[in-house]
Design a protein around this ligand. Structure first.
Ligand code: PLP
Length: 421
């Protein structure tokens, strides 16, 4: 079946709301490479949107899932439990930042982890208000959409959303939002909209993902922590995209020297299998009554087997160091292109969570058109790139940290050509 035939079947059988970037169909993939149904090869710098820090079908992940598949694929943990759930929870409790007793619950998607973070925060505090940030993305469920700070395309036509959700400004120097501006926006919410004693949680991304790969300034994260402590508000770090070695640390929060009360994880946690986790202070996690948390597929044994393998691969293959090294190399490449590509407004990121933002030359005007062209040119040459950002003028890089050096160099050459074209 050709790509074109599949495109026709897709148009007839599936809704346009499930927007699809590529016009070709995956046949197989390994590490950082992917082949379509016509045998064309691509280098995958999207990683299924940040899911493949350990690459497509890492041998150890594949073997762990195959082994589990020979035992059982599903019991529903809430009916008949299994050791893997407890074991990976123990690992995450030990690995995540925060010098306090923790507990972990598993789910299937990032949005579900976010939903449950809010449920736990509300149950633990007896308060309802939640503050999120402009430019943030937290998923496509009702609460996920309510928390998300980007209207198009995520919220259009889907309201009304759950009540008592407010948005502050996320600091972004390039867009003229200082740390002080952000903190003032929170003070204003407390003046205009909701008293702090009714706020259950502040949820933020340590590095905004969909919003443009914008790292939070350390001073701001510390100020958020202090504000939460002052008012008895819980701090939730949404690490769904930034977590699991992407930023050169296992968790992005490790860059800031303060710990959140609750943390959401998903994506690269399970190397391509659907798994999400909510990790938090034990007493908070125990606030909901038995039966209040869970889900039929929540904590799939196959995905947990994958997660256990991912954790050991990150350690064995020293992927934190590799994230930093590859990230530096990519940054150097992009900095070196500034002269030839005047649209480059900023190169930024932590570890391998790198982005390049484009403005019209000599102005502060976002250049979404140029960004799209770079993405298209790269794709034509066999390199899959993702865009992001409130103004769709950012290219983000989500290559596997396990990518072979030769494939990485090949991709940098394709990127160079796409940017100069
Ligand atoms: C920070 C963040 N939170 C939540 C989500 C939602 O995750 P999922 O798409 O698995 O529901 C995403 C997805 O991109 C994300 O980047």
């Amino acid at each position: 079946m050709s790509n074109q035939q599949l495109q026709q079947r897709k148009a007839a059988a599936t809704p346009r709301g499930v927007g699809v970037m590529c016009g070709f169909y995956a046949e197989r993939a390994k590490n950082a490479e992917l082949w379509d149904v016509e045998g064309n090869r691509y280098i995958d710098f999207a990683g299924g949107i940040g899911v493949l820090n350990t690459g497509h079908l890492h041998d150890k992940v594949q073997a762990a899932v195959a082994e589990q598949l020979n035992k059982f694929s599903h019991t529903c943990y809430q009916v008949v439990p299994y050791e893997l759930y407890v074991e990976v929870a123990e690992q995450l409790n030990a690995l995540t930042p925060g010098d306090y007793a923790k507990k972990t619950a598993f789910f299937s998607t990032g949005a579900e982890a976010v939903e449950n973070a809010i449920k736990v925060a509300r149950a633990a505090t007896g308060r309802s208000g939640v503050i999120a940030f402009g430019g943030g993305f937290h998923g496509r469920t009702m609460m996920g959409m309510a928390l998300t700070g980007k209207v198009a395309p995520y919220k259009i036509g889907f309201g009304p959303f759950p009540a008592d959700i407010y948005h502050g400004l996320y600091p972004n120097a390039l867009h003229g939002v200082s740390i002080a501006d952000s903190l003032t926006s929170l003070e204003r919410l407390f003046k205009y909209d909701i008293e702090p004693s009714r706020v259950a949680a502040i949820i933020f991304e340590p590095v905004q993902g969909e919003g443009g790969f914008v790292p939070a300034p350390t001073e701001w994260v510390k100020a958020l922590r202090a504000l939460c402590d002052q008012h008895g508000i819980l701090l939730i770090a949404d690490e769904v995209q930034a977590g699991f070695a992407r930023t050169g640390k296992l968790f992005a929060m490790e860059h800031f020297g303060v710990a959140p009360d609750l943390m959401t994880l998903a994506k690269s946690l399970a190397g391509g299998f659907p798994l999400a986790a909510l990790v938090g202070k034990a007493e908070l996690m125990d606030a909901p009554a038995p039966g209040g948390l869970g889900g039929t597929y929540a904590g799939s044994p196959l995905a947990l087997a994958a997660a256990k393998a991912v954790i050991s691969v990150i350690q064995e293959e020293k992927l934190l160091e590799r994230a930093n090294r590859l990230g530096e190399e990519l940054k150097e490449k992009l900095h070196g292109l500034k002269q030839a590509v005047p649209q480059i407004a900023e190169v930024r990121g932590l570890g391998a969570m790198i982005a390049v933002e484009f403005n019209k030359p000599g102005s502060h005007e976002p250049d979404a058109e140029f960004t799209k062209k770079v993405q298209q040119k790269a794709l034509e040459s066999g390199l899959i790139l993702l865009t992001c950002g409130t103004y769709a003028n950012v290219v983000r890089f989500l290559f596997p940290l396990t990518i072979e050096d030769s494939v990485f160099q090949e991709a940098l050459a394709k990127l160079d050509a796409a940017l100069r074209a």
